[in-house]
Design a protein around this ligand. Structure first.
Ligand code: FAD
Length: 431
């Protein structure tokens, strides 16, 4: 009998907790990856860059496993159906994997574990994609936090106390399933085409991280790590990154804590996927004007920082954090368009799309989320531009026609929009 190790968003051999423990036990381990049709069928773009990225990583893993005289079993389908057929093809003792905290993943894993149990197969899952998961960071009373600052203090305290260690596969231990290379489906076999978008490499630039607090707010500088996609798909280890962050830059470490904070919030409040974290905010009467929404999506609002951000997103699958905040605030406050529309647009486009962080970021910008600040913080796009792209380097790059008569006039007046937003939010909350 064999053990299956099921890769999902942990596409690496190094410091992979579930794989390490699978490899530690006696049975031979056959690694598995499933191109999950439940996820892929929901994507509109057949050239989705994230699918290209995953395909590249799966191909790399398969090559790395060849060095262990093993390979990667790659399937395409609904996970439950895939397991139904695997239990007929192989004699399986148990299945190892790493935990995933999104609502869909929790449901999928519960169904798979339930099916396997009926077949007499054990399902083991491990913490891997976070330093601290679901209920590890709580108040003294054992409640989960709703506000970031106290959460992050507790997180840091625990991080200092805990000894975070990384694990390594023992190359001498021959317990990976020995096989000739197993077939790898082409992108076209799973219904996709290669994307042309360039994908960032999983390199941690120490010099950049050391200066992170000085450079991170300026979109024209390459002042942030671009590691989002690698954290999303586990092509780098969070344990290694957090340890490096702790020795290089506290502000950078704080960003990694935000990531876990939002994962924790989603885990305990799965309703935030389509509801405001603060329920009263679901009474807001959004304008939801489709024409305004298109102008925002296309980067044609007449507000140069907003337009530059949206064009960067459309062209590269990336948008700088400062600009994500400005564009999201503009959509929800200036245009009074439901944060869920913006969230869905980002979810389609961002290479580093992460349900918990995207939802958290959007609810933060809309004022409906965990933020302690009240809704009346409304970013002024012109003063944000003045502060963070004073010499217009970022704007000129993405909006070359800015300053000419080809550039659109503002689709909404700032002062009017600000007052309108305040009135609409107030009306919802006074009810
Ligand atoms: P760096 O600044 O180098 O930060 C390193 C890592 O820390 C990031 O890769 C990310 O994993 C984490 N991180 C940084 N800032 C945050 C934050 N505010 N919240 C949570 N984690 C953070 N981040 C995503 O990973 N996926 C998303 O889908 C996403 N959507 C967002 C939507 C909005 C409206 C806003 C305001 C923010 C969103 N963020 C999201 C957070 C942040 O903008 C990105 O993580 C960051 O810009 C990614 O670039 P980087 O990898 O260079 O990050």
């Amino acid at each position: 009998k064999i053990t299956l190790f099921w890769f999902r968003r942990d596409l690496r051999l190094d410091d992979n907790m579930g794989l390490y423990y699978a490899h530690q036990q006696e049975k031979q381990v056959l690694p598995l990856f499933i191109f999950d049709t439940e996820i892929l069928d929901r994507l509109d773009d057949r050239r989705d860059a994230r699918v290209t990225f995953i395909h590249q990583q799966v191909s790399r893993l398969r090559e790395e496993l060849a060095a262990y005289h093993s390979s990667l079993l790659v399937r395409h389908g609904k996970p439950l159906d895939v397991f139904r057929s695997l239990t007929k093809e192989y004699r399986i003792q148990n299945v190892y994997t790493n935990r995933d905290y999104e609502p869909y993943a929790k449901k999928r894993d519960a169904e798979v574990a339930d099916y396997l149990q009926k077949e007499g197969i054990d399902f083991y899952d491990f913490k891997d994609q976070v330093i601290f998961e679901k209920d590890e960071i709580t108040t003294d009373k054992g409640d989960f936090y709703k506000v970031f600052t106290p959460y992050s203090k507790r997180w840091l305290q625990k991080f200092e106390e805990a000894k975070i260690t990384s694990v390594k596969l023992d190359g001498r231990k021959k317990s990976l399933f020995e096989t000739k290379p197993l077939p790898l489906p082409k992108l076209s076999d799973i219904g996709f085409e290669a994307s042309e978008i360039s994908l960032p490499r999983p390199e941690v630039d120490h010099k950049l991280i050391r200066n992170y607090d000085q450079t991170r707010n300026f979109p024209a500088k390459s002042g942030t790590s671009r590691l989002g996609i690698h954290l999303r798909f586990g092509t780098i280890s969070i344990r290694k990154l957090a340890q490096e962050a702790a020795s290089l830059n506290d502000t950078f470490l704080t960003e990694l804590i935000w990531r876990e904070f939002y994962m924790m919030i989603l885990y305990h409040n799965p309703q935030v996927v389509d509801q405001a974290f603060k329920p009263a905010y679901d009474r807001i009467r959004w304008r939801n004007n489709e024409k305004d929404f298109s102008s925002w999506c296309e980067g044609k609002t007449g507000y140069p920082l907003v337009d530059a951000g949206m064009r960067e997103l459309n062209a590269t699958g990336y948008m700088h954090n400062r600009v994500r905040m400005v564009t999201a605030s503009f959509l929800t406050k200036h245009l009074l368009i439901d944060w869920r529309w913006g969230e869905a647009y980002f979810a389609k486009k961002l290479l580093d799309y992460e349900l918990s962080s995207n939802n958290g970021g959007w609810q933060w910008a809309a004022g409906t989320g965990t933020d302690a600040q009240p809704y009346f913080r409304i970013f002024n796009p012109a003063s944000q531009l003045e502060k963070f792209d004073k010499d217009l380097r970022y704007v000129k790059h993405w909006v070359p026609e800015y300053g000419t008569d080809r550039y659109p006039k503002p689709i909404v007046d700032h002062k009017m929009a600000r007052e309108r937003a305040l009135a609409v939010f107030k009306e919802a909350l006074d009810k």
